[in-house]
Design a protein around this ligand. Structure first.
Ligand code: GDD
Ligand code: MN
Length: 379
């Protein structure tokens, strides 16, 4: 009999799996790692636990720092992802890397209160709950020292999120929670895994309501390093909401790509107006310049937003731009070709134009997804 089957059959008492896995996503958190480990060590005394750092190849050597501490601390593991970025996907992959029955997620920057973990575990073990959430918005919880912009951004995101999930979760933006591992395993394939909002994703994806409890804590100020929450994160959040709203049939990236495509139409019109109407160029020259400028702006916006997790840099930008313009030029031909063919056949001009645009957009998206933003070899 293969060994795995033997292990499968082991009775629970012989099971060597830790009870709790704490998953910590990291990007440039080397300085915070030793402090977090020491605090967890204290908070989790008496519990059989492991700590999984999921590091996206941080330039500050976070993964190496974890390995150095792991030499003397068997609780620690590191999952180092090459050529990838993304908080949600990091958390998911970390949670799937353990066989512990209970899994917690928390930030590395010491903003979450590790003192809550034993109580979260106790609740999950003793009550019929799937999930316990560390919450800043139930009584006793606090957001700590936030500037006004960040606080109002968080409030808006929270309200939108609550609409999406139809559960009375006061802090759906929380990045601090503990759950039964099988809850994740049951719905992980349907999660969107983009952006920052893993908890929302979980609630929105889980078939049937989740049984949860919220525990208050005070969101502490960051100790070292910087927050990675920026405007791109907000954008990803909006995408996730749209994605959940229209369903999994249409990929989130295609939605982003199409929205940016629509912005390209405005750019095109503006440039054409400037060249043709103001500068007095011929229509053909104006139209060509406008198309090039629009494609270029689409390329950079897509590189920034649609493919923020696999952004092209340096010389790759030039190669990417060339392939993008080539692909979109063929897409434009297909667009015009199909539209005029349909128009000749049926003469519904709006429908013909829309069909042409759709075919062009799908073509552009499909081709640039393969040739412009290639998956890195290591992934
Ligand atoms: N692996 C990986 N990859 N980790 C990342 C990435 C990434 O692309 N981006 C951020 N992290 C890690 C950080 O290193 C940190 O440990 C944690 O994820 C949270 O990132 P921060 O940049 O500190 O986020 P924040 O403090 O602004 O946001 C926190 O509060 C939000 C609520 O307002 C997080 O807890 C969010 O999850 C939470 O929604
Ligand atoms: Mn933080």
């Amino acid at each position: 009999m293969p060994e795995a089957t033997l292990a499968d059959a082991a009775p629970l008492s012989r099971c060597r799996t830790p009870t709790l896995a704490v998953v910590v996503p990291t990007y440039n958190e080397a300085e915070n790692v030793p402090i977090l480990v020491a605090r967890l060590e204290q908070a989790l005394a008496g519990i059989d636990w492991e700590l999984i750092f999921v590091d996206d190849d941080s330039p500050d050597g976070t993964a190496q720092r974890v390995r150095a501490i792991a030499c003397t601390n068997p609780h620690l593991r590191v999952l180092q992802r090459i050529g990838r970025r993304g908080l949600s996907s990091a958390c998911i992959e970390g949670m799937l890397a353990t066989s512990a029955p209970f899994v917690a997620v928390m930030d590395a920057d010491l903003q979450h209160d590790e003192g809550l973990l034993p109580e979260m575990l106790r609740l999950l073990r003793s009550e019929p709950l799937d999930l316990v959430v560390g919450s800043r918005y139930v009584s006793g919880g606090e957001v700590g020292t936030w500037d006004r912009r960040r606080a109002s951004m968080s409030r808006l995101a929270t309200r939108l999120g609550q609409r999406l999930i139809k559960a009375d979760l006061k802090d759906p933006m929380s990045g601090f929670f503990m759950l039964r591992a099988e809850v994740l395993q049951g719905c992980v394939r349907d999660m969107s895994a983009v952006g920052y909002k893993i908890l929302l994703d979980l609630f929105a994806t889980h078939p049937g309501p989740l049984r949860f409890r919220e525990l208050p804590y005070r969101f502490r100020p960051r100790e070292a390093g910087q927050s990675k929450l920026d405007n791109a994160v907000l954008w990803e959040y909006l995408l996730m909401l749209i994605q959940k709203w229209i369903g999994p049939m249409i990929p989130a990236r295609f939605i982003a790509f199409s929205l940016i495509g629509a912005s390209g139409v405005l750019v095109h019109m503006l440039v054409l107006w400037l060249a043709f109407k103001l500068a007095g160029s011929s229509f053909l020259v104006g139209q060509t310049i406008a198309a090039l400028v629009a494609m270029t702006s689409n390329f950079f916006l897509n590189n920034l937003l649609t493919y923020s997790d696999m952004r092209l840099r340096g010389w790759d930008l030039l190669r990417g731009w060339l392939s993008f313009v080539a692909a979109c030029s063929i897409g434009a031909l297909a667009n015009v070709g199909i539209a005029s063919w349909l128009f000749q056949a049926h003469s519904f001009w709006v429908l013909s134009a829309l069909a042409g645009i759709l075919v062009g957009a799908v073509w552009n998206y499909a081709v640039t997804a393969v040739y412009t933003w290639k998956r890195p070899k290591a992934a």
